[in-house]
Design a protein around this ligand. Sequence first.
Ligand code: 3HC
Length: 654
Amino acid sequence: MTSSHSSTQFSDTISAIVEDHVMLITINNPPVNAISASVRQGLMVALDWIETSDAVQGVVISGAGSTFVAGADIKEFGQPVTEPTLPQVTERLAGFNKTIIAAVNGAALGGGAEIAIACHGRVASGRSSFGMPEVKLGLVPGAGGTQRLPRLIAADLALDMIGTGRTLKSAESLEIQLIDELADEDTLITRAKNASLKPAAKRVTPHYDAQKFANIKTAILRKSRGQNAPLKAVELVELSQQLDLSQGLSQERQIFLQLRDSDEAKALRHVFFAERSAKKPAMLEGVSPKDIKILGVVGMGLMGSGIIVSALNAGYQVIGVEQTEEAALAGHQHILSILEKNLQSGRLNTDAFERQKKALTIAGSLESLGVADLVIEAVFDDFNVKVKLFQALDQIVRASAILATNTSYLNPNEIAAATLYPQRVIGMHFFSPAHIMRLVEVIHTQYSSLEAVASGFAVANKLKKLPILSGVVEGFIGNSIFSAYRREAEFLLEDGAYPHEIDAALEDYGFAMGLFAVYDMAGLEIAWAKRKREALNRDPQLRYVKIADQLCELGRFGQKSGLGWYQYVNGKREIDPVVTELIDAARREKNITPQSFTKEQIQQRLLQAMQTQGNLLMQNKIAASASDIDLVMINGYGFPAHKGGPMFAGGMLN
Ligand code: 3HC
């Protein structure tokens, strides 16, 4: 411990200052004040000191910078537990003989929220937020959260927070009495200090709505899809209503430690760090993006509208362009309807709604794009259409503007080569619906300048998306792996597995829906049209499964026509003997003796197909890392996050 006249340093990360008989403890562990061993030790030493000090009558704990505490230090999770543990710290805080108030200056997440609720009261600023996101890391709160939160707020509200991991803003935290007072940022510490000099308020057991609790539990269990942590979270919150606090805390500790070492937690930790490292691609190190203020979006169909909604939300000025005034008006209407929905659901307040409406101009011709800094095209995925558009834009936009194509399957190298300044052309491959889906593949063509790529990347970040860099290959990272996976699923059909068996294996693995059910939902005709276009160039030596084509020839285009890989009776998917016969016939035609596959064998074959393709993409420098591939498959193709992605699942991380 070192001390000066005014401030005492209890560890590298814990400092304190006494004023007017109150000790203000500051947790200072940048960037997010995660609770490392040094934080835990420092807090314990500070509490030892305060316990014996007559000069200190009250205690306030706050975080340095803009975060209160973002939780336990996730980097320590793979290592042996060191004392003092976080539960020991929160236990000490809760039972401390002087009033301790948390002055919550920013995000209080996981162990940070547990510290705050172990204190005897909470004063929070408007920028504070509370959440227990441990389930997203395959964990449950492990420092008293599952037991103390349902004693502080109603158990149904606690279950919602702990079981879903959602974060509450300050107003909601106040409404449910998770915090006692809301303060301005500049009066936060003073208000907390004053509160710490009063005896801790006695709390009444919060009202608890059993029906609501049951509904929330059902929803959490339904969404868990093979994930263990949410089930354990529910179990522990239920136990909080049955056991006394100390028994509940010891149950929580046991379960936390088991989960901490589980495959699920390892996979989700991998995803957490993969997302952070994807934000800093080596290729763009030291490259400054351009300052992009005005975005142009050409094509205001489903995709274009979704991109526009995201861009408005991010604060861009947006110019939406369609081929005609009527089409532009229709696109405008669609966008307004999404904004209105966001207003009604509370996602937008009235000010933001009005601001976003004003930030959008629409036009029925390209000329208005002369002022745009970046133009994203989301028009029909046809090479000639896109090239013509970019050539027209070459005559309209400034030389410094960037052009981004949202193509899924065309070759952006060829599109770029046909333009005046190929170095300013990049790909930005959004996923539909673009205002909801986080993934954006940012494509560097063979011509793209690093500045153009960095600018596309920065824009996607500002749109709150998850940008992943990809080189040029058919389908980029995502669709190229998806194609390999789809092809293998069709081989499996011929080899002996039926669609419902493959789907059951995938759903059992954690996919929300099996592949064939997804096809039926999306419709089979677009992929059929693409296969027909490709038929002429297809290598006849390669194995080709024609069952999907045969379904389309029979007019079975999926759920909307009531028939596809399944038949839909009153909207319910059922095995269709017609499809079974088609598959059997395909096997007979190729003289394949059908084998029977276990779920695990099906899962393995599909995973392996993804991994082989993933490795190829890495060898060819299309994907920068295995963890980027995992993020693409999790965020664009429904791969279960708690399995870590195909590359993680195959032990293929670099
Ligand atoms: N432990 C270790 N490092 C952490 C961390 C944590 N809990 N939270 C964030 N970091 C690191 C990130 O890895 C990143 O490091 P880098 O710069 O080296 O890549 C840096 O802090 C900044 O993080 P972000 O890039 O995510 O910054 P943002 O400003 O976008 O977000 C945040 C900040 C909202 C705090 C976000 O980081 C976050 O959600 N963190 C995780 C919160 C969480 O899951 N807490 C629960 C932990 S488990 C726990 O507490 C168990 C307990 O119950 C016992």
